[in-house]
Design a protein around this ligand. Structure first.
Ligand code: ASP
Length: 340
């Protein structure tokens, strides 16, 4: 009798000691997701050569980040480094290749968030610096503030020794042609949907379990002087909190601000118990999308699970995950339709 009881007790204990189902999935050693902008484009809008170029750029940024995470580099250093690479890539609307404002200049926005410290840094309307994301990082690391704008952002960047760049560095022919088309077509109308592509962003979970996110953009083609989108707004375009997730957004910024996309996803997870995937879909489709906005997010949670969710027809995106004892899983994609 005693031995039966002992067996029962042991069995109960074994059941009670099992980790919850969600934790039973092998933890990701590290995870990485990047985007290069979302918009209303499909396979027919890009020539095979253009598709190859985007693919190669996304792949190169992903590979760099993957190598760093595998070496144990922190998530915050990796997201900054990946975004720096993409800021130098003229295919994207960030740093080199940034879109023109209606005044014919470049006003750059960027933000970064560290999920371990829940610190963040951002700049908006920055002019004349090659890597807005590194200026945002300096705001986070080396100032008592979290957000600088316009002239003040430039003064801060200069005092921090940020690398300057002439306006010729930013302006590419592709961005200029878009500007010309917008000017001819619109006067001061909002930019058409098919022109909104190319913001860059990155989220990561490192080997220590820390999360980070970074986003950088030139904003929207022909935006008015002083217009601020979601990308530099922590809570709208960027978020990181080790308890929940790291988010980088891209799309029609006004709608992402109006629905506080990045923080809404975090709140759904923290207070509503939703999974990362559920939270991203609820926010993108039922909140931001329901209001009339379009775009998407790349996201990673504390377990290293990745979500790439968008309601536009396309989003340049790539992801890599390394699970304990397994090979790296990678994917690079551009077009929709969205499928979880
Ligand atoms: N979200 C950016 C903005 O509104 C644009 C984009 O992601 O394409 O400035």
């Amino acid at each position: 009798m005693k031995s039966i009881l002992a067996c029962l007790t042991l069995a109960c204990c074994l059941v009670a000691c099992q980790p919850p189902a969600s934790d039973a999935t092998p933890r990701a050693t590290w995870s990485l997701a990047i985007h290069g902008g979302a918009g209303h484009f499909g396979e027919e809008d890009l020539t095979p050569v253009q598709q190859q170029a985007y693919n190669a750029s996304l792949d190169a940024a992903l590979s760099w980040g993957q190598t760093q995470l595998d070496r144990g580099v922190s998530a915050v250093d990796v997201v900054e480094g990946v975004v720096r690479l993409m800021e130098d890539d003229s295919l994207f609307n960030a740093g080199r290749g940034a879109v023109f404002t209606s005044g014919g200049s470049h006003e750059l926005d960027a933000s970064i968030a560290d999920g371990a410290s829940r610190n963040c840094g951002a700049v908006t309307g920055l002019q004349g610096y090659r890597h807005p994301i590194s200026v945002a990082r300096a705001v986070m690391d080396s100032s008592e503030h979290v957000f600088f704008s316009g002239h003040g952002a430039g003064v801060f960047a200069s005092r921090q020794g940020a690398e300057p760049a002439a306006s010729s560095w930013f302006g590419t022919d592709k961005a200029y042609q878009r500007y010309r088309r917008a000017a001819e077509r619109a006067g001061d109308e909002p930019v058409p949907l098919d022109e909104k592509r190319g913001t860059v962003g990155c989220v990561a979970r490192d080997m220590q379990g820390n999360l980070a996110a970074a986003t950088s953009t030139g904003g929207m083609t022909y935006k008015r002087h002083g217009r601020i989108g979601d990308s530099p707004i922590v809570g709208a375009g960027t978020w990181a909190d080790n308890r929940t997730c790291a988010i980088s957004a891209t799309g029609w910024g006004e709608y992402f601000i109006r629905t506080g996309v990045a923080q809404d996803i975090h709140g759904r997870m923290l207070h509503g118990g939703q999974s990362l995937q559920e939270a991203c879909e609820s926010t993108i489709f039922d909140e931001m999308g329901a209001l009339g906005g379009d775009g998407g997010v790349v996201a990673v949670d504390a377990h290293g699970r990745v979500a790439l969710v968008f309601n536009s027809t396309g989003m340049f995106r790539a992801t890599a995950t390394k699970r304990e004892g397994n090979d790296v899983l990678r994917d690079v994609a551009m077009f929709g339709p969205y499928a979880p």
